[in-house]
Unconditional design. Structure first.
Length: 311
């Protein structure tokens, strides 16, 4: 199986400016040396609580935002070495679906204009045939002809997300990044949209990065799974392996409960030089206070924890 995407040691830090409430500016390490691979026709699921860096990773991988450090190889091309002009034609091969289809779709445009825009931008068909092409794509995401001239506000959340998916796949990308694409939908609709992702992945031989804070969603959709905590990967591997044999205390916690709350929980202080999970870990030892564990293991299963790895 060929590699579609290979990311090496991607890092991104945000600086929070001084405000009237704090005299010092502070830094947030949103991504800390994150490496990953996505093979052809494979779905990598990324799970982690709010603020763990999932969206930052998605934006940096697609170069919607520049990482501070690292490498991104897409179909063998080193993206960070390209100028924007050279990058532009490659963008059709990597597309994104966001969480909230209402804010990601222009409310003043009809479905026909929303979906035809990228098709025309990349000169995939001429103006005369674009309407037929849009109709075909809409059918493939479960929307009939009657949706072609509708506005986003005339549709349900699920239908709007179908339009967002249509817009993302109309340029025939090889990589689709989906950032919490079902989180804003009713539970009953979530299952339909997840099945749609599986269908288009099969039909179009897509590779996907699928982001969710919900392990059940990740379990349904992914072949491989990556668990993020505060900008770091703490565990990764084959889906069955991660779900049947979770090794990191954070993965175990996620499996036990579904963490949805925002903000920090008690005892979650950062300690410079410590394991990223130190503040929250109930198993922490002396070594964990002074050293950050690296990911250790085999291709099937890696974990960054001194309790588990053979260090
Ligand atoms: N543009 C920005 N400026 C400053 N800080 C940011 C910015 N974007 C993200 N952050 C911070 O970086 C960290 C990671 O944020 P990110 O949005 O990537 O997390 P996430 O895992 O996608 O969370 P969620 O599940 O809520 O979507 C957070 O602490 C966030 O506050
Ligand atoms: Mg996010």
């Amino acid at each position: 199986m060929g590699e579609v995407l290979s990311v090496r040691e991607l890092s991104k830090t945000y600086e929070l400016k001084k405000s009237v409430f704090s005299i010092r500016s502070s830094k947030i390490r949103a991504l800390d040396k994150v490496s990953l691979k996505v093979n052809e026709h494979e779905t990598l699921g990324i799970v982690g609580e709010s603020g763990s860096g999932k969206s930052t990773l998605a934006r940096c991988v697609l170069l919607l935002e520049r990482p501070d450090l690292g490498e991104i190889h897409f179909c063998g091309v080193d993206l960070l070495k390209l100028k924007e002009k050279e990058l532009k034609p490659l963008r059709r091969w990597m597309q994104i679906v966001f969480q909230d289809p209402y804010s990601s779709l222009n409310p003043r445009k009809r479905v026909i204009d929303i979906v035809s825009e990228p098709i025309l931008n990349f000169n995939l068909v001429d103006k005369g045939t674009v309407r037929e092409k849009v109709k075909d794509i809409l059918l493939s995401v479960g929307l009939d002809e009657s949706f072609v001239d509708k506005y986003p506000h005339e549709m349900s959340g699920g239908q709007r997300q179908r339009v967002a998916i249509a817009r993302a796949i109309c340029t025939e990308p090889s990589l689709l990044v989906a950032d919490e694409p079902v989180s804003s939908l009713d539970v009953s609709i979530q299952a339909q949209i997840l099945s749609l992702f599986l269908k288009i992945k099969e039909e179009r031989k897509l590779s996907m990065i699928f982001i969710s804070h919900d392990l059940n969603v990740i379990r349904f959709i992914s072949e491989r799974v990556m668990v993020m905590f505060k900008g770091k990967i703490v565990e990764e591997g084959e889906k069955e392996e991660i779900f049947s044999n979770p090794l990191h205390p954070y993965t175990r916690l996620l499996l036990d409960y579904s963490i949805r709350g925002r903000g920090r929980i008690r005892g979650d202080e950062d300690k410079e030089g410590a394991c990223v999970y130190y503040g929250r870990c109930e198993w922490r030892g002396k070594r964990c206070a002074n050293e950050a564990p690296l990911l250790y293991g085999t291709e099937n299963h890696r974990v960054a924890c001194f309790l588990e790895g053979t260090y």
